[in-house]
Design a protein around this ligand. Sequence first.
Ligand code: DON
Length: 582
Amino acid sequence: MFQCVQAQVENVAVTRYDNSLEIFHPIRATAGMVASEQGLASQVGADILSQGGNAVDAAVAVGFALAVVLPNAGNLGGGGFMLVRDAKSASTLALDFRETAPSAATREMFLDHRGEVIAGKSTRTPYSVGVPGTVAGLIFAAQQYGSMPLERLLAPAIKLAESGFIVSPVLAQQFSLQRAHLERWPSTKEVFFKRKPEAPDCIVSECPTSSLITYSAGERLSQPDLARTLRTIATHGSDGFYKGTVAQNIVDTLAGASRPMSLQDLEQYRVSKRVPAKGLYRGYEILSMPAPSSGGVHLIQMLNILERYPLAQYGAGSAQTIHLIAESARLAYADRAEHLGDPDFVKVPERGLTSKKYADRLAENIQLQLITPSTQVIAGRANDFESEQTTHFSIMDKFGNVVSTTYTLNLNFGSGIVARGTGVLLNNEMDDFSAKPGAPNAFGLLGGIANAIEPGKRPLSSMTPVIVLKDGQPWLATGTPGGARIITTVLQTILNTIDFKMNIAEALSMPRVHHQWMPDFLRIERGISPDTIRLLKDKGHEVRVMPTMGRVQTVQQQGQVFFGASDPRNPDGAAIGIESIQ
Ligand code: DON
């Protein structure tokens, strides 16, 4: 009861108890919380917490489990970022396990002889695959911060792969929508397709596609090859993936006319420990991912700009607030294209981009009543791409540790290529490089020399795992998939909780908006009122209502109480809390 009173005093909108102002309510628990895009994986994390594991143990187990139960985004064959708040040292580390360009990669590898981008080469071919970092990242985290043996952390994923799990309507729809993408590779057919009962007998990997069907909702999907790979990792650690049979199978599957990836590329993959990007927003400490993600830097840059305005007074969802979000995003994304890349290869002016003074300067360009057309910010062009195929999970434990992880295969099911005999789907992260200055990637994002391809370099990302501290204590962990829209989605989650004092379930449920400088239009979700849209148009915005954005997974701590919320845009997600430790 005491916590309840305290929460009410601190912040009206975070009172969870019989608060008649609130429409949406987060999950509540007292001993830890996990939020992920797949309830089965959240349960794995919650089980590890209740067995006495810490947030990192749970995160590692969730990361491996998602590779099984969320095959279009969870992964072993991709890469990502993990923020770890370590209670003991009261410090936060940013773990970078982003994919790297293989040693055979060249700056022009996606261009034809005329210097034009070859459509699909960076997304749908063996050349699209970056050297995966996920397994190294998860194992590094377990070794540095975990408290349980690897076998125990991998056991739930192995079980889910071996015994199978029930395919949800959401996943069944993904299989069906991505059918053409997946059926091009025999090794992928073997994992995600079944022979039609009436079709002539054939081995699935060799069957004509007309004889195959994808898994339907309610059917059980087992992945025995993936189970074997997970077992090998449980026994041999990183070496089980980066050396030996699994590595050989990855290299051989990709090899055709040339060898886009070598055994040495895999063997030499290294996780990078980085210092988080840091900002201060209305007294809250914002910790997020530095380059090679653009996420943390531009999140903080936009917050710095927005801090100058009385958003709480303008109101959530008001035309004025949306306009300011759009105008600050326009400025930030223009900088993204110019300045951001792998800091091991290029100088990224992170301090400048995240400084309050720079935000002051940028804000001088913002007009309250009118847009500044993107062509006047800087020239460019871009297209657009639909899908939310990265994934995020947030975890807090009773001991004060926090994990915020976003990892990805890039597009839906990555390259679509399963490494033969391993069950491991491989990413197409090479598309996140700038194939050529001024040529948009799959998300319509532009880039320049800073993000040009070089062997060993990490492609620029938008992934934005965040941990927010209040009075030096963990307060919020959040993040989302959504490609270019990740940064603005996370931004709005933070504004909703800090400025508009929403509880985290409400913060996730609000309609979202997005602007990314180029293309120059304001994307909105359904749910913004017609008169708000009219006001935005009056300011000069081209407004387009488009599919939903983001699948945010948030956990929060207030005193001794944990709250969790999984974005209602994905019905498969779940926040699961625990009440005690066994
Ligand atoms: O790292 C990035 O920014 C992208 N590869 C993320 C891709 C993504 O979020 C896909 N889902 N929409």
